[in-house]
Write a protein that binds this ligand. Structure first.
Ligand code: ADP
Ligand code: ZN
Ligand code: ZN
Length: 712
């Protein structure tokens, strides 16, 4: 037999797998082996076993080591599918599904044997020790070993879990509403579903019941959440209900914790994995359900290569599991568009449940919908008032100012951090820009710095213009830092700021949210982070400042993002018995996304948005593939992008947009091509071929290529 091994290198040039002889240790698909490769040694993943090879026997080498932990075969398949689907390489895709490095922590554990104590001569201390068993042997190892020698005690190593620290959450036993009942039943029949329910309508309770049903059938569950730090409540509720069978997989875990949680899933000791997008690769056994909480959240898209979308991968994984169960081959299809019904004798095919108060148009279009139409306890959604900011010259509308003065607890959203957006010289008009990127530098007053929000470049705040020498430097616009300072001055409640700057330190976010939750009064000011799933029942006011800022992005998702942001922020207000209201400041009061959000009208917004996308031929009516060519020189990326545009145009049913210049980023000039595809597989194949060809040409040797299928 031969092991087909995919070496884990980052280069695009190496197309494996390569054949190796079988080592002495047993290997199978998913085994991780150390292989000699040219003059070096590399780790590789066994992706197949074969009966024969073209490699002559004397040239066939043997792996030098086999790692104790392996990747489940199902995840090897998934990775190879991802490599194709996202125009990446098998090695890069496989690196996403590898077990974390580490090994179990063991301790010596002492137990009483069945040997009788009659006639044994024991000291009082020895009797005491025997009564205290079972226990860890550390500390008393010598004494225990002597008892072991007499056959009274057995000592053996056992693994000890390094459990992640979590916030416990109280669990409530509730009676499901009719709509919740129907949703849980539908999920139990398998297939993919969208759970649309306004904030506080009981979606999490549906996830919990659907998970319980899966466990009862002996199946495992994956629960994807946007960001653990911002959604501790969901995690806490799963742990409260299911205890140690929940494994937590997030990036802030220590190495040992991460390893133990992975292994508990791999061995089947834990049956539910909860985590952010990468938890879609959790080695859960007999997967029966994947839940995607807040499915509209942009964090589900991975921005490294492969640029996968956890929602799409989740659907593919569920589809493959269903096929495997049906006795077929585990192929991954265009999953979110496929629906299955179970065979009558085995009604439980794996299920996918994507939930949100503000679903993406794609999901709305693709999946059958389960609806929770009102908040639990019929608590009304807060009324939303739009404040027209055209012609205003202060960041806060007088009415918002008044409302903030009266509210005891409020949340204010401004999706822009820093003090002011840009600095200009009043005398000569110079704008301070990043030397690496073609964007304005943002003032961060507390740090006495101006900073680039794209590359992190920082410099000292200029005292005078370095162009004309004028000391008159103007600051334009307001960010969260400035609003925080102004409001702290104006209001007599404590002001808390939550944005990427205050969230940088480890555990800063839970600490800050905890302080705000416990404060009898206060204002939480921040970027989109304040609009995530928080549940503060005593917040009675929500304010959105510059609601159209996200609309100005040159991106077909600008509408969808704006709608979700406002509707989600509105969902944070009025969750308690005292009710609440929301004020939305905007210079575009008639924009459909803003008007619909003010009415909490997700169906209306999505219907209009789908119509617009159909007219413009955007997803879900076409697939997009974005190729970005970049280099330190201006001309090469333009030339490379031109070649790719021409080559991709031959793909069946594809329209090519560009090449178009993008702003310079991190010192690199960029040129972009977007392919609109109606035959996704053909377009991906054409783009892959075009990029491979261009990348291998000498004149493009300084150009870097990045391919993004389904860009966000
Ligand atoms: P969502 O996830 O849609 O925001 P949750 O599931 O968190 O909503 O529910 C909001 C609150 O209502 C929670 O405190 C939850 O315990 C409670 N809840 C959910 N379903 C019910 C029900 N059927 N009866 C009573 N309370 C419920
Ligand atoms: Zn000047
Ligand atoms: Zn920069």
């Amino acid at each position: 037999m031969i092991a087909q091994v995919q070496p884990l290198t980052t280069t695009r040039r190496l197309a494996g797998p390569f054949d190796y002889a079988l080592p002495a240790d047993p290997v199978g698909v998913g085994s991780i082996v150390r292989v000699p490769f040219g003059r070096q040694a590399l780790d590789g993943v066994v992706v197949g076993l074969a009966g024969e090879t073209d490699v002559p026997a004397e040239k066939l080498v043997t792996p030098t080591a086999v790692r104790a932990d392996s990747v489940p075969g199902e995840l090897v398949e998934l990775a190879l599918w991802m490599a194709e689907e996202y125009c990446s390489t098998p090695a890069r895709a496989l690196s996403l599904v590898l077990p974390p490095r580490g090994k179990p922590r063991t301790e010596l554990w002492a137990i009483r044997t069945a040997a009788a104590l009659d006639g044994q001569r024991l000291t009082a201390r020895q009797r005491e020790l025997l009564v205290s068993l079972p226990r860890a042997a550390t500390g008393e190892l010598g004494a225990l070993r002597r008892l072991e020698a007499r056959g009274l005690v057995a000592i053996a190593p056992r693994t000890r879990r390094r459990a992640p620290l979590t916030v416990p959450h109280e669990d409530r036993d509730v009676r499901l509403t009719g709509e919740q009942e129907a949703a849980v039943a539908a999920v139990g029949r398998g297939g993919a579903h969208l759970l649309h329910g306004v904030t506080g309508s009981g979606k999490t309770e549906v996830y919990l019941r659907a998970a319980a049903a899966a466990l009862e059938r002996g199946e495992g569950v994956i629960v994807l959440v946007p960001e653990i730090a911002l959604t501790p409540q969901t995690v806490g509720r799963f742990q409260a209900r299911f205890g140690d069978t929940v494994a937590l997989l997030h990036s802030a875990l220590g190495e040992g914790e991460r390893y133990d949680e992975w292994r508990r899933l791999r061995t089947g000791e834990a049956r539910i994995a909860v985590g952010p997008r990468s938890a879609v690769f959790a080695p859960v056994r007999d997967l029966g359900l994947i839940v995607i909480d807040e499915e509209h959240d942009p964090s589900y898209k991975h921005e490294g290569d492969p640029r996968y979308d956890a929602r799409h991968v989740a659907a593919a994984r569920v589809t493959a599991a269903a096929r495997a169960e049906a006795g077929g081959e585990a192929r991954h299809g265009r999953p979110d568009l496929e629906r299955r019904t179970g065979a009558p004798d085995r009604p439980c095919t794996p299920a996918l449940l994507a939930g949100s108060a503000t679903p993406r148009p794609e999901t709305w279009h693709a999946l059958p919908r389960l609806t929770l139409s009102e908040r639990v306890g019929s608590r009304p959604l807060p009324p939303v008032r739009i404040l027209d900011m055209r012609g205003a010259n202060h960041p806060l509308h007088p009415e918002a100012r008044r409302a903030l003065g009266e509210a005891r607890k409020a949340i204010l959203l401004l999706n822009r951090r820093g003090w002011s957006n840009f600095l200009t010289c009043r005398a000569c008009g110079k704008v301070w820009e990043c030397p690496q990127c073609d964007v304005a530098l943002v003032l961060h007053r507390a740090e006495h710095a101006v900073a680039c929000h794209h590359c992190g470049h920082r410099e000292r705040v200029p005292g005078r213009c370095d162009g004309c020498g004028s000391p008159s430097v103007a600051r334009y616009g307001a960010g969260t830092e400035r609003l925080e300072a102004e409001l702290a001055e104006a209001l007599d409640v404590p002001v808390f700021r939550l944005d990427a700057d205050t969230a940088a330190a480890k555990d800063a976010v839970p600490a800050l949210l905890g302080r705000f939750a416990e404060a009898p009064s206060g204002l939480l000011v921040g970027t989109q982070m304040v609009a995530k799933g928080h549940d503060f029942p005593d917040v009675t006011l929500g304010v959105v400042v510059d609601a159209d800022s996200t609309l100005r992005f040159p991106d077909f998702r600008a509408e969808e993002r704006t709608f979700a942001l406002i509707a989600q922020l509105a969902g944070r207000a009025g969750r308690g018995p005292r009710g609440g209201r929301v004020l939305v400041q905007t210079a575009a009061p008639d924009a459909p996304a803003i008007a619909a959000a003010a009415l909490h009208d997700a169906p209306g917004f999505v219907a209009g948005e789908l119509e617009r996308r159909r007219a413009l031929d955007y997803p879900p009516f076409a697939d997009l593939i974005r190729i970005v060519c970049s280099s330190e020189e201006a001309a090469p990326p333009r030339a490379a992008a031109g070649e790719i545009a021409e080559a991709a145009a031959v793909a069946h049913g594809a329209t090519v947009l560009g090449p178009a210049p993008l702003f310079r980023l991190r010192g690199r000039h960029r040129s972009q091509v977007v392919v609109k595809a109606h035959d996704r597989a053909a377009a991906v194949a054409a783009v892959r071929a075009a990029v491979d060809r261009a990348a291998n040409r000498r004149e493009h040797r300084d150009v870097a290529f990045s391919v993004d299928v389904d860009p966000q």
